[in-house]
Write a protein that binds this ligand. Structure first.
Ligand code: GLN
Length: 367
């Protein structure tokens, strides 16, 4: 995985990148790329990941497996190293939708050790897997079908709509007008919370303690500085600096506070759409897996590719990614289904119905 779950490719890992089982020159996605690659390469039956801005769904999409980000509060984060506490969720990465439902049955539920976990009953998610999507209303947000989107991804998603139409689902065009602001909003809030959460890695409370050169430096501040210099990777440092900046006095109102307001607008967009729709269907990522090294030196390009996944974290709502096709280069394409808060059953129902009518989940990476 990427260090502290910061990334979309695993290239920020201290131990080096994970390779995509479908093409070893490509990234598996990130940050939970190791989990998704291990499932796709049959090294395990299932895995879990954490998803702050897409880190379960985007690697699931790149590796041709199923990944779920549950509703904020549905799964306890006790034991998880916090990245951005108002966004982090844990969820399953599996080979098919049924396995995800089974694993979510185990993961979901109230935990007194996580004060954000919500105390409402956990349904049996497998009950939603009956293949019936008749008369469901599914929204297609026009802002998600943008120029930067790979035509092969677009084609696969449009074809998946036809599959679900045959099963009796209705599709309507909807609008999420603040989508354009979601990447900027996410990268202000996520880095602000990360800078605060990572303050504990100072050589005293957690992790590594580096000893400064005693001959020249010896204060406790020197020890903090040396520890953080040695112990944190480049992306972690970038995020701490961005986050600390937007929280600092004089900038807080202009960045952090404003981002929180835009976050509310993004959430309101979803509330409006869900007043008339049962679910929303989108691609998971604008492209298929990219080559290792291709984006690592261009953080902005890397951040922009999170456009389809981060708004569900900002809004706290559940979303699933499942395989919906392959590119000409034999790289998997992911379909995302987003549902109302605590209605994981709805997205599982639609995902299962789609899966029953297609063969994508049966395709296996040959290593
Ligand atoms: N790619 C996003 C980021 O770099 C999301 C990461 C995540 O969900 N952990 O922040």
């Amino acid at each position: 995985m990427d260090e502290f779950a910061f990334g979309s490719s695993t290239e920020n890992s201290y131990y080096g990148p994970t390779h995509n089982p479908w093409n070893l020159d490509c990234v598996p996605g990130g940050s939970s790329g190791g989990s998704a690659a291990a499932v796709a390469a049959h090294e395990t039956i299932w895995a879990i990941g954490s998803d702050t801005g897409g880190s379960i769904r985007q690697p699931a999409s790149f590796c041709g497996v199923v990944g779920i980000k549950p509703t904020y509060g549905r799964v306890s984060r006790y034991g998880l190293i916090a990245f951005a506490s108002s966004l982090d969720q844990i969820g399953p990465i599996t080979k098919d939708v049924e396995d995800s439902a089974l694993l979510l049955n185990i993961l979901a539920g109230f935990d007194t050790k996580d004060s954000t976990s919500v105390n409402i009953p956990v349904p049996d998610y497998t009950k939603a897997l009956d293949g019936n999507v008749k008369n469901l209303k599914i929204g297609i947000p026009k802002e998600f079908f943008i120029d930067g989107m790979d035509p092969e991804v677009k084609k696969a998603v449009l074809e998946s709509i036809e599959v679900l139409k045959k099963e009796g689902a209705h599709f309507i065009d909807v609008s999420l007008p603040h989508t354009d602001y979601s990447v900027a909003t996410y990268y202000i809030i996520a880095t602000a919370e990360a800078s605060s959460n990572l303050a504990r890695f100072d050589g005293v409370r957690h992790g590594l303690r580096a000893t400064p050169d005693r001959a020249r430096k010896s204060s406790i501040v020197d020890m903090f500085e040396e520890t953080r210099k040695q112990g944190l990777g480049a992306e972690a440092k970038r995020r701490i600096m961005l986050g600390t900046y937007s929280l600092s006095s004089g900038y807080y109102d202009a960045y952090y506070l404003r981002a929180q307001k835009v976050r509310t607008l993004i959430k309101n967009d979803f509330d409006k759409v869900f007043a008339e729709c049962d679910a929303i269907l989108t691609p998971t990522s604008p492209t298929t897996a990219f080559k290792i090294g291709e984006r690592v030196n261009n953080p902005l390009e890397m951040y922009l590719s999170d456009i389809y996944t981060i708004s569900s974290n900002l809004s706290g709502i559940p979303a699933i990614s499942l395989p919906c096709g392959f590119s000409k280069e034999c790289l998997p394409i992911g379909l995302q289904i987003i549902a109302k808060p605590f209605n994981e059953e709805m997205m599982l129902r639609i995902a299962f119905a789609y899966e029953q009518k297609t063969e994508w989940h049966k395709m296996r990476a040959e290593l």
